[in-house]
Design a protein around this ligand. Structure first.
Ligand code: NAD
Ligand code: TYD
Length: 367
């Protein structure tokens, strides 16, 4: 009898969407160096403020025959069709999204377009490939499940109760992916993961924002009472989990991915201060904890996220390697070592470079 671990899909031309963002660029680096994958990667990315091709400069140089990058908006259906046929795409790993909750509160329109309409366009294009198409892996979030109180964990069968425009748009995209499997037989897998951290994360999210602000002696804003809990997942552990599911997961199934690292926000920010004080003490010798500033809470702020990933552990033998302490230290060391990357992000000069390389025109959102 075949066990679930024996599916072992092989992909020749894997389309990765949003590969210039935080998790997508880590995944491309992980996969292209992986002995289990000998195919070609086609990375399409619209290059919004969150997309930085500089994250992959070394990959573009060292793997020129196996890595292709195209600036494409997934809301542009005709362009997707062209890419799928030109590169004979047989699988998709779909990261592209508007991903920041605070931005979704201020301006939800792009979240609806990219996260819902863009996902729909990709599904339609994949469906049209018929038997040539092997897998659509959709990257989603635990935020679709809503908020937990002090007890319990999100399981794959936890009902969806999204609370922000971001999580609502991700929930809608998950449902579309599911529907294309059930209705049209499209081979899909879905993963819902907890908060990621690690190299190349844009400094609008809590961990990189706190690291860079602390280094500059700026305030460290903590929303509300700081007791909201997030379950942190080191990005390389996430990449390994995604690839495990893509290779061996059961078609049509959803898998939760978590890092076994529940932390209140205030503890996370304090840990960042303490690690930095240890590695690179402030010039005045004072603790960076003094920079912590409680600020007005986020509207609809989910209180607690915590993931039960026992399905992934039991069925596909995956568990995270990194503890929060070790992953956070690695992350801080990475930001300290990447002065040029940090400077380009902070000054916005990466946008200038993108404009020179790829032009400033935006793709239309027509079907
Ligand atoms: P990110 O914001 O760092 O990167 C998103 C990428 O998508 C960027 O490169 C951006 O240019 C690209 N993009 C945006 N709109 C696009 C469009 N219309 N067409 C093509 N490309 C477009 O995000 P991330 O943190 O790397 O997240 C990746 C995925 O993982 C998202 O789907 C997100 O919902 C999910 N996720 C992230 C986290 C997390 O903690 N970061 C947690 C759970 C799930
Ligand atoms: P964030 O990194 O934006 O991820 P998400 O909203 O997807 O969980 O925020 C993580 C937690 O940190 C969340 O509870 C909001 C909080 N937070 C702050 O307290 N201060 C900040 O400056 C930011 C960006 C987030």
């Amino acid at each position: 009898m075949k066990t679930k671990k024996e599916r072992k899909a092989e992909f020749k031309n894997l389309l990765i969407t949003g590969g210039c963002g935080f998790i997508g660029s880590n995944f491309i680096r992980y996969l292209i160096n992986n002995r289990d994958f000998s195919g070609r990667i086609i990375n399409i990315d619209k290059l919004t403020y969150a997309g930085n091709p500089e994250n992959l400069t070394d990959i573009a140089v060292n793997f020129a025959s196996r890595y292709i990058f195209k600036k494409v908006d997934i809301c542009h259906a005709a362009k997707l069709k062209d890419i799928f046929s030109r590169y004979d795409v047989d699988a998709v790993c779909h990261f592209a999204a508007e991903s920041h909750v605070d931005r979704s509160i201020k301006a939800p329109g792009n979240f609806i377009q990219t996260n819902i309409v863009g996902t729909f366009n990709l599904l339609e294009t994949a469906k049209a490939r018929k038997d040539k198409f092997k897998l659509f892996h959709h990257i989603s979030t635990d935020e679709v499940y809503g908020s937990l109180d002090a007890r319990g964990l999100f399981r794959e069968d936890t009902p969806y109760r999204p609370n922000s425009p971001y999580s609502a748009s991700k929930a809608a995209s998950d449902y579309l992916v599911r529907a294309y499997h059930k209705t049209f037989g499209l081979p899909v897998t879905i993963s819902n993961c907890s908060n990621n951290y690690g190299p190349y994360q844009f400094p609008e999210k809590l961990i990189p924002l706190s690291i860079l602000n602390a280094l500059e002696g700026k305030k460290l804003p903590v929303y509300g009472d700081g007791k909201n809990i997030r379950d942190w997942l080191y990005v390389e552990d996430h990449c390994e989990a995604i690839w495990t599911i893509m290779k061996s997961g059961t078609i049509g199934e959803t898998y939760n991915i978590g890092g076994n690292a529940e932390m209140t926000n205030i503890s996370t920010v304090r840990m960042i201060c303490d690690i930095l004080d240890d590695i690179k003490p402030a010039k005045d010798g004072k603790s960076r904890r003094r920079l912590i500033t409680f600020v007005q809470d986020r509207p609809g702020h989910d209180r607690r996220y915590a993931i039960d990933f026992s399905k992934l552990k039991k069925e596909l033998d995956w568990s995270p390697h990194e503890s929060f302490q070790s992953g956070l230290r690695k992350t801080i060391l990475w930001y300290l070592s990447q002065k040029k990357w940090v400077k380009n992000i902070k000054t916005g000069s990466y946008r200038k470079w993108i404009k020179e390389q790829y032009g400033s025109q935006q793709c239309s959102r027509n079907q």
